[in-house]
Write a protein that binds this ligand. Structure first.
Ligand SMILES: O=C(O)CCC(=O)C(=O)O
Length: 300
């Protein structure tokens, strides 16, 4: 993976960071400036497409921390890492039965009532519900998108789910020992198209998830309005594509996450995630390197 090239070090002083200016109504000049920016992003993507190594989604086995930093984390490029979770007891243990027995009837929080709403991610506070863990696992076994224990429930669930920590290992090459955030759901959970305000490592433990990743250069095709969400919601849904035809030809990578896979999603990369089976996953943001991109994000 490491490139055999001489690196000419050029002195580089980063510009001081400014807080984002408040958004103002657009003038004609600003519209033209945005068009020019989007033109350049398209030209750059066409240039990257000349090389599958530059434009494709790379998979790496047993990637060292140094190679991860230089080739993926710093450039903000996704990578599917295989082998980093080898030996984690959870990979063999975390079936619905095992989880239900380990946590029993301790009350946990999850996101509920999702099937009857489209904006369940944007309005996540409204969807917080509680149940004994065993009952939640029964809901997840049934499948569907209605009940999903997500990263958003992590802080509340930390004491109840603490016994599961003993089944997890560490990815010391990339991450500090800060705990991950757990996701548990059935076949059919769906997280609509959005990007995160931090770099993220998704660590799949049980089952499979299909992830669609879209580079930040495609933002102008994705009807980005509320917070970090795309109005398109699902780039595989024909009805949504009819409403947002500019999203039809969006550049995208599709990844099937299987147990033991870790997927690095850099800040700003759009993604949507669908579970294909009962699934457990952790997301980590405690990298060894700066990860505070969310500071200064223009809200709205
Ligand atoms: O696994 C999922 O359903 C969503 C994960 C995700 O989008 C994230 O961690 O940002």
């Amino acid at each position: 993976m490491r490139m055999q090239m001489a690196l000419r070090q050029i002195d580089f002083t980063a510009a001081p960071r400014r807080t984002a200016p408040a958004l103002q109504p657009q003038t004609m000049d600003e519209t033209l400036a945005l068009k020019r920016r989007d033109w350049l992003l398209d030209v750059q993507e066409r240039q990257r497409a000349l090389s599958p190594y530059a434009s494709g989604l790379l998979t790496a086995d047993n990637l060292s921390g140094e190679d991860f930093l230089h080739n993926f984390y710093a450039p903000g490029r996704p990578v599917l890492i295989r082998g980093a979770m080898a030996g984690w007891p959870a990979l063999d243990r975390w079936t619905p039965d095992y989880l239900a027995d380990a946590i029993g009837d301790a009350v946990i929080e999850y996101q509920g009532g999702r099937a009857s709403a489209q904006d369940y991610e944007l309005k996540k506070e409204k969807h917080r519900q509680r149940a004994p863990f065993r009952r939640f696992i029964d809901l997840a076994r049934k499948g569907g998108n209605d009940a999903y224990l997500t990263a958003n429930n992590s802080a509340t669930n930390a004491p109840a789910l603490a016994p599961l920590q003993a089944d997890l290992g560490h990815m010391d090459a990339y991450l500090t020992r800060a705990p991950g955030m757990l996701w548990i759901g059935g076949a059919g959970t769906f997280t609509p198209l959005h990007f995160d305000l931090t770099n993220n490592l998704l660590a799949q433990v049980t089952g499979t998830k299909r992830v669609i990743l879209i580079p930040p250069s495609q933002t102008h095709r994705l009807a980005h309005k509320s917070h970090v969400f795309s109005e398109v919601r699902d780039v595989t849904n024909e009805a949504r594509l009819k409403l947002y035809p500019q999203a039809r030809d969006v550049l995208r990578h599709e990844v099937l996450l299987t147990p033991g896979d870790a997927l690095f999603i850099p800040i700003g990369w759009w993604h949507q995630v669908r579970s294909e089976s009962f699934s457990t996953m952790l997301t980590y943001t405690g990298f060894h390197w700066a990860n505070a991109g969310h500071e200064g994000y223009p809200a709205g």
